[in-house]
Ligand binder design. Structure first.
Ligand code: F6P
Length: 356
């Protein structure tokens, strides 16, 4: 068993808990199996760079403060698709051979990829590997939790706690715009935990009239302020996404909160303010739940490699770590079930959740 060499990388957008997962893999691999562990820098780029860009981990390099540290000490990129690598002139180049050559040059027998479904899909054909799901969006298929979601939810929930008293003091409607890409896991969970009156998620269509009716209902019940949580991926009334061009020319979701505020202010005759949480949801100290899930995932991911079970992703199902084929995960988005427990709970609490 000893003598095996494995690599590990973080890929795609960062989130809290990545370092805890790295730490767990390194502990298990070195303590239990006596392997050498190489951390690849900047996602897939570290294997495409020449010289290769990596660090060899030892137990001293994964001290306990790794558990507490946000981001990823290895660095990450979300534009590192080896099959369509973005070149400075704007073109895309197939650099998959560079990746494969780098993997061979490092002499590793397997790579642990900590990433979302995009990274799993992209790297699936290129090497022997195991996957650990991470993303604040929590949209990786076949796992109840991905690393980073718990921390993002805590941040969104805390924002609700802070918005509630100021909404009440000024008799305002507060709109909290949260991340989540095409799914509403952060929004729905934060809305329930934070006492929202309205939660809008991409999975369920809404109408402006429906929101206005809910605000009228809140007022009829004797309250003249309201809280709304809106997932960034929600569409406008005419079905368009609201996006912003970021530096580098890429569009990202952002602006649906302002869109709604502009329309609701007149419709419901109330002052409206918008808070966009943005990347605050990704950074900072990982929540305890993320540390625990990341640690469990890391230990199991090393165990899978020890058992020769490659091409599998660790997953959290019903309070246990299990493993599923990466091919079952790649390219699939785990969305909110509009008829599931959380949606039912929200409706039961009187939250306006759109109209099916
Ligand atoms: O997928 C994670 C995520 O934070 C999404 O919620 C968000 O839409 C996107 O990444 C933001 O991407 P970037 O960090 O490239 O702006």
């Amino acid at each position: 068993m000893g003598g095996k060499r494995i690599g590990i990388l973080t890929s795609g957008g960062d989130c809290a808990g990545l370092n805890a997962a790295l730490r767990a893999v390194v502990h298990r691999a070195i303590r239990n199996y006596g392997w050498k562990v190489f951390g690849i820098r900047d996602g897939s780029l570290g294997l495409m760079d020449r010289p290769l860009n990596y660090v060899e981990f030892d137990l001293g390099s994964v001290a306990d403060d790794m558990l507490r540290r946000g981001g990823t000490i290895l660095g990450t990129i979300n534009k590192g698709d080896p099959f369509a690598y973005p070149m400075p002139d704007g073109s895309k180049k197939d650099r998959s051979q560079d990746f494969v050559d780098g993997y061979k040059e490092l002499g590793i027998e397997a790579l642990v990829v900590i990433g979302g479904d995009g990274s799993m899909r992209i790297l699936n054909d290129l090497c022997r590997k195991g996957g650990i799901p991470k993303t604040i969006d929590n949209d990786v298929a076949h796992t109840d939790y991905a690393i980073g979601f718990a921390t993002a939810l805590n941040v969104a929930g805390e924002a609700m706690d802070r918005l509630a008293p100021t909404a009440a003091s000024h008799h305002r409607i507060m709109i909290l715009e949260v991340m989540g890409r095409d799914v509403g896991h952060i929004a729905l969970n934060a809305g329930i935990a934070g006492g929202a009156d309205v939660v809008l998620i991409p999975e369920i269509p809404y109408t402006l009239e429906g929101i206005a009716a809910k605000i009228a209902e809140v007022r009829a019940e004797g309250r003249n302020h309201a809280l709304m949580v809106v997932a960034e991926g929600c569409k406008t009334a005419s079905g368009d996404s609201v996006t912003k061009l970021q530096s580098g020319g890429e569009a990202r979701y952002g602006g649906i909160g302002q869109y709604l505020a502009a329309r609701l202010t007149d419709m419901v005759d109330a002052e409206t303010r918008v808070t966009v949480l943005g990347h605050v949801q990704r950074g900072g100290m990982p929540a305890m739940r993320d540390r625990i899930i990341a640690s469990a995932f890391g230990v199991y991911a090393a165990d899978l490699i020890a058992q020769g079970k490659l091409g599998r992703m660790v997953a959290w199902q019903h309070g246990q770590v299990v493993d599923v084929p990466i091919t079952d995960v790649a390219g699939i988005t785990r969305a909110i079930d509009p008829y599931g427990t959380l949606a039912h709970t929200a409706r039961g609490l009187g939250i306006y959740l759109g109209e099916l």
